[in-house]
Write a protein that binds this ligand. Structure first.
Ligand code: ADP
Length: 168
C-alpha cells in the first residue's frame, strides 16, 4: 500500500472510491460533503435516502462507513463516514481512527484499488489539524489494507502541511 499526500479538491481525483466526511443524517451538508454531492449529482443523495429508509433509519453512527454510487464523479463509489466532533473534554480519537479503518474495510470489500480521503473532522467538526492528520495517517498505516493506493487530499495549506508532517 502506498500513501500519498496531495493538495486539492477531492472531487477531481481519479480513484475507485472517494471518502466523504458526512454527517450522520447522510442527507448532505457543507464542506467536502456539499462538494461531493454537487459534483456527483442527485444519484448520491438518492442512494443516501435509500440507506436512511433501510439499514440506517437512525442515521450512520459516528466512526462507521457505508458506500453509495458516486453518481457523475469519476470514482465508482463514495464511501460516507461520520467523524466525531472535536471535544476538549473527551478523547474521541478512537472514533476518528475508526472512520479510516471502516472506510478501508468497505473499500476492500468493494474491490477498490485506490481510495481518496479528506481530512475527516478537520473542518466544521473542529478537530485540530495536527492531531487529525496524525490519527489519520497512523490509522491507515496500522490497519494495512488490500487497497494499493491511499491518498489524502487536503483542501487547505494548514491541513496539507499537517498531513505532510504526519506522513513524513
Ligand atoms: P467535518 O464536518 O468532518 O469537519 P468538513 O467538510 O467541514 O467536514 O471538513 C473536512 C475537511 O475537508 C476540511 O479540512 C475541509 O477544508 C476539507 N474540504 C472541504 N472541501 C473539500 C474538497 N472539495 N476536497 C477536499 N477537502 C475538502
Amino acid at each position: 500500500m502506498a500513501i500519498t499526500i496531495l493538495r486539492g479538491d477531492i472531487t477531481r481525483q481519479r480513484v475507485d472510491a472517494i471518502v466523504n466526511a458526512a454527517n450522520s443524517s447522510l442527507l448532505g451538508g457543507g464542506g467536502v460533503d456539499g462538494a461531493i454531492h454537487r459534483a456527483g449529482g442527485p444519484a448520491i443523495l438518492e442512494a443516501c435516502r435509500a440507506l436512511r429508509a433501510g439499514e440506517y433509519r437512525q442515521g450512520l453512527p459516528t466512526g462507521q462507513a457505508v458506500a453509495t454510487t458516486a453518481g457523475r464523479l469519476d470514482a465508482r463509489w463514495v464511501i460516507h463516514t461520520v467523524g466525531p466532533v472535536w471535544s476538549r473534554d473527551e478523547d474521541r480519537s478512537a472514533l476518528l481512527a475508526s472512520c479510516y479503518r471502516e472506510s478501508l474495510r468497505v473499500a476492500a470489500e468493494l474491490g477498490a484499488a485506490s481510495v481518496a480521503f479528506p481530512a475527516v473532522s478537520a473542518g466544521v467538526y473542529g478537530w485540530p489539524a495536527e492531531s487529525a492528520a496524525r490519527i489519520a495517517v497512523d490509522a491507515v498505516r496500522a490497519h494495512g489494507t488490500e487497497v494499493d493506493d491511499v491518498r489524502f487530499v487536503l483542501f487547505n495549506d494548514e491541513v496539507y502541511a499537517a498531513f505532510e508532517r504526519a506522513a513524513g
